[in-house]
Design a protein around this ligand. Structure first.
Ligand code: PGA
Length: 264
């Protein structure tokens, strides 16, 4: 696992945007095959998406040959609800980039058969060629996508029940009323994320510091599902200084030293 630490959230977010753009451009140079990416929602990716939009407008990257799959969606929320992840993605990314609409995949939380929708999502990911890169955030409880504590590290796309913790944290988007947050969601599994060739996790702010410490320095555990990244050959965790705040001093220095050595 690689850990990149930047002084602030903006710099960490730009680092991720450039990593994504570089990966898309690198594949386009050697292959006509589409670049397949996993996208996340939440507060964390906002500056990364803003930078990707800027880069598309500046002609520095194109999403014309990119296929995307979002990691999760609430169950039973109208697609045009302002807090649906459909709305979030169109508003914050898809409306402003050149990714063809037919290449955009987001789980349908209103599908008549949710289990069938999850199975078909996994199938479509395979048919697209599998993920080149998965971009994710991390929950305060260490979840990756909506893989709450005690989710199997072998899990695949399925319906999940959100924990009290997540309902509380996400209530900020629903008028601070936990009862308005959908209790269930559909989410790619931990194994779905880990199937990507490269996984890039961005964590910003002091509220993520404990989960980051546990996922990087703790044992791999279903209690902190991001910790499964320890078992991935090409996992990168990108942090601002606040999210790195609970790492041991020696870990912090180690990651900084590795990065400095690789830059030489
Ligand atoms: P956040 O959510 O970016 O809004 O903090 C991340 C997550 O819950 O995975």
């Amino acid at each position: 696992m690689k850990v990149i630490i930047r002084d602030n959230g903006k710099e960490a977010s730009l680092w991720v945007a450039h990593r994504i753009a570089d990966a898309i451009n690198a594949k386009a140079k050697v292959s006509d095959k589409p670049f397949v990416i996993g996208f996340c929602t939440g507060s964390t990716p906002l500056d990364t998406y803003a930078e990707l939009i800027r880069m598309v407008k500046a002609g520095e990257v194109s999403f014309k040959n990119v296929i995307s799959f979002n990691m999760d969606e609430y169950v039973g929320i109208p697609v045009d609800h302002p807090e649906s992840y459909h709305s979030f993605m169109y508003h914050n990314l898809f409306d402003h980039i050149d990714e063809p609409k037919e290449n955009i995949h987001i789980l349908d939380g209103n599908a008549p058969d949710l289990a069938a929708e999850c199975e078909s999502y996994e199938r479509k990911i395979v048919e697209a060629g599998g993920f080149d890169l998965f971009f994710g955030g991390i929950g305060e409880d260490g979840h990756i996508a909506f893989n709450e504590p005690f989710s199997s590290l072998q899990s695949r796309t399925r319906v999940v029940t959100l924990t009290e913790d997540t309902l509380r944290v996400n209530s900020r988007f629903f008028g601070n009323d936990m009862n308005k947050v959908p209790k269930q969601a559909m989410s790619v599994g931990v194994a779905t994320v880990l199937s990507a060739k490269e996984v890039v996790i961005l964590a910003l702010g002091p509220k993520k510091a404990r989960a980051i410490k546990e996922s990087i320095e703790g044992p791999m555990s279903h209690m902190v599902t991001v910790s499964a990244l320890q078992n991935h050959p090409d996992g990168i965790i990108v942090l601002d200084d606040d999210a790195a705040g609970e790492l041991k001093v020696n870990s912090y220095r180690y990651f900084k030293a590795v990065e400095a050595a690789e830059a030489r």
